[in-house]
Design a protein around this ligand. Sequence first.
Ligand code: ZN
Length: 258
Amino acid sequence: MSFLSKLSASKGVVKTDNGPFGSAGEFRDADDPRILYKLSSRARRISLKVKTAEREVAVIVPTVSALNKAVKFARENAEWIDVQLESLPPPMPFENGSEIMIRGLPYTLIATEGRGRPKIHHQIREVHVPTPDPESLPGRVKRLLIREAREELEAATHFYADKLGKRVSKVSVRDQSSRWGSCITRGGEGQISYSWRLISAPPYVLEYVCAHECAHMIEANHSQAFWDVCDRISDDVKPAKKWLRKHGALLHAVGADY
Ligand SMILES: [Zn+2]
């Protein structure tokens, strides 16, 4: 045992060398950006996992030394990976002239010259985004959608919270892929966060997610009592749940490059 390893052992620090995985324990395939290698000490063997929301395939690798084998495994299963990812809704990248969804309706995205704030023209269903350099377009569009989402989500959240006689102290809008919303209650007040992607869904779907998260301030579970609270404040629980099941992957295709 070297002096250094003795030192870290005595401090209770376990020093591991993750090699190419780095401290995050993951890295992207250089040839195929849809493939992510993930180190998992809990895994017993190499496996593939389709991540619908991220529109990628994770290759789960149990140890650093198994990496070469894992890369080979991914290459051997390239066709399967293609089939899985191509069955997802086609990507809707933020490009000049492409279609984007706002409140369930298609709008044409137009990069305009000059500076200033982007503008949504509802009557002609166009979004005009001043874009001094083309590379900045995706970021500008995303920020616009996050802004729109925040406005709608905050209004709907306070509406449903009022119905329940509850207070929400914080509404966050994030790029979270695993859930449409989440709610924690602190000192009787809710802190709710949402995915900005809900702005692309029809309004009744966005509103349902807000009602759902607010209902968690009464019931912090998915019991029958919870669903009763949802039904008390929203008429759209069933159709909205159905829409998300059927079209949720579509929301994740908005702004995707591949
Ligand atoms: Zn829930």
